[in-house]
Design a protein around this ligand. Structure first.
Ligand SMILES: NC(=O)c1ccc[n+]([C@@H]2O[C@H](COP(=O)([O-])OP(=O)(O)OC[C@H]3O[C@@H](n4cnc5c(N)ncnc54)[C@H](O)[C@@H]3O)[C@@H](O)[C@H]2O)c1
Length: 238
């Protein structure tokens, strides 16, 4: 299939490698200096655009894809305040948009495990829950999009929790998230339940960006020819 890449940074390069390995053609690569290419014939010919750019530029890139009628597989995090507009473009405007806060298969298994553990822990109020996420120093948003998805999975299932906050802020009923930025860490997420008696924790540790990039290309293959708002649950069918 024909793939367009938007954002040619660490993820864009990794995705290009995997897309080519899987027999796809990259027909257009758009970064900050050639945004006029959104109007090009090559971009318009793409079956799917895969977008990994920055929180500040993501929404405008999605609008440009919609204008060109090119389905989007979106990986950028930190823009979710605008999710309603994107969903409306799909439901009312006939656009196609796939979003995952994390494209790695392992993390999506971890999401399911997190919800299952939260369901069990709902009955054990002696345990408080907190989260720690560690990423490389270049990451612009905190907490990570993955940490927010994990927090939502806990809030859905643990009645005594109704929100999340960064560890630096004060709150009792919320889940405290500690966001650490160090070195070139691709991404570590740990959920920690703690009582006076003991600690139970589950952890996902990404070894590289390969897992995210492969998941994004597989999501593009899944998205081709589909309509509407899509996500990992539609694709993985756990
Ligand atoms: N969903 C996931 O699985 C997942 C995995 C890894 C990273 N991410 C997210 O993906 C995003 C990109 O990550 P990265 O590590 O590749 O970052 P990066 O900084 O290496 O690359 C971002 C690229 O976007 C480009 N860019 C900036 N403004 C742009 C614009 N207006 N139009 C087009 N391109 C523009 C930059 O020049 C740069 O090349 C981040 O938000 C990160 O959190 C998501």
């Amino acid at each position: 299939m024909k793939i367009a890449l938007i954002g040619y940074g660490k993820m864009g390069h990794e995705i290009e490698k995997i897309a080519v390995q899987r027999g796809h053609t990259v027909v257009s690569i758009i970064d900050v200096n050639n945004r006029e290419d959104f109007e090009s014939e090559a971009f318009g010919s793409a079956d799917v655009a895969i977008e990994f750019s920055t929180p500040a530029s993501a929404l405008d890139n999605y609008r440009k894809c919609f204008a060109a009628g090119v389905p989007v597989v979106a990986g950028t995090t930190g823009w979710l305040d605008h999710m309603d507009e994107v969903k409306e473009a799909c439901t009312k405007g006939g656009q196609t948009f796939f979003y995952a806060s994390n494209y790695s298969l392992g993390v999506n298994i971890f999401f399911v495990l997190n919800k299952y553990l939260a369901k069990i822990m709902n009955n054990y109020s002696d345990y408080d829950v907190k989260m720690e996420e560690i990423h490389h120093i270049h990451k612009l948003d905190a907490p990570s999009g993955t940490a927010i998805t994990l927090a939502e999975g806990i809030i859905e299932n643990v009645d005594r929790k109704d929100g999340w906050h960064l560890e630096t802020e004060e709150s009792d009923s919320d889940i405290a998230i500690r966001s650490i930025r160090e070195g070139e860490v691709p991404g570590i997420h740990e959920i920690i339940y703690e009582s006076e008696a003991d600690t139970i924790s589950i952890k996902h540790d990404a070894k590289s960006r390969k897992g995210f990039a492969l998941g994004a290309v597989v999501a593009a293959e899944f998205t081709k020819g589909k309509k509407g708002f899509l996500g990992m649950n539609d694709m993985l069918n756990f």
